[in-house]
Design a protein around this ligand. Sequence first.
Ligand code: NAD
Length: 371
Amino acid sequence: MIGPFTYEALPMRVVFGAGSLARLPDEVAALGLTRVLVLCSPEQEVTGKQVAAALGAKAAGVLPEARMHVPMEVARRAQELAAELGADGCVAVGGGSAIGLGKAIALEHGLPVIAVPTTYAGSEMTPVWGLTEGGQKRTGRDIRVLPKSVIYDPEMTLTLPAQMSATSGINAIAHAVEGLYAPDATPIVSLMAEEGVRALATALPRVVADGSDLEARGEAQYGAWLCGAVLAATTMSLHHKLCHTLGGTLDLPHAQTHTVVLPHALAYNEPAAPEAVTALSRALGGVPDPARALWELACRLDVPRSLAELGMREEDIPRIADLAVADPYANPRPVTRDGVEALLRAAWTGAPPPRSAPTVQPRLTERRSRT
Ligand code: NAD
């Protein structure tokens, strides 16, 4: 039986295809913008300046200061600069960090954001913002931060190193995995999730084998788009909660942490999420155990498989387990302190995820975190 469910479409405009960056001036004009601030991270300053040059007089300036998790001091500087320059919009060129900075400006001043994503993290499709202050990351949802227009140009990802390509792609897969067993999953969003996983799982090995394969880059971006849209539409569960806690508390790298934790979080939830398992099995080419298949994908892509490799100390496991269970949130399988500790221990060592246990009754806790 289909339903019951509630589905809300988000107002998104997507311009997709190799060379589509050339459409940026038209997108700026279509939004009626005349003075945009270009945002990027320091490593992509050259790209940011090229984008500003292509916009000519419509570029008010370039701020090459985007950082992971949007530190509050960087957000304040960006908000002040936008006001000083009289900017009427922002163009965020880069990964989740640059787009996150654009969202921080939108949150303060309501300026429209145009996103030109250059990783596969998926932030450009979501109304989710994040700000970090005093080691604490706050996140929230606000429709004002959803980019008005997204330009997916696979040529912009040709320079993304193999490891970052693979891990940001798996970060996107994680959105789709959790979207499939979300309490607010809907048939249309589940279709997007399954197709997003299929596209990324197919494209990433080709991207890693040959970073200049534009067709594979395009397919990976298509997958990132779909998976980002799933994140926007559904409530995330145990996997995102764990990664949020590991990143916020121990400052572990975002995309790599998602890559290591995902097979283990999925293995934990598989017994309580049979429909998600069926969809993921199809998406990954008919595999019997999607959690194991995602771990094997990480092996093929030669990306980190253990939290130890990312610099986490074994003695931090109990503290992270305590924090992860302290605040109840949605999850298909009841989250127990022992279960989370065992999951973290397996992820810490880098061992393959355990095979699925028999199906248990789904249960949802009352308070839900959507990020
Ligand atoms: P990132 O934006 O931090 O980029 C990582 C590094 O790769 C940076 O140095 C960047 O300059 C470089 N880089 C990016 N694209 C490149 C390219 N094409 N060529 C060469 N170098 C390139 O990484 P990310 O994984 O995209 O984003 C992570 C951040 O995004 C985290 O803060 C995370 O919380 C956030 N995020 C937010 C959402 C959301 O919906 N709000 C979703 C996913 C991720």
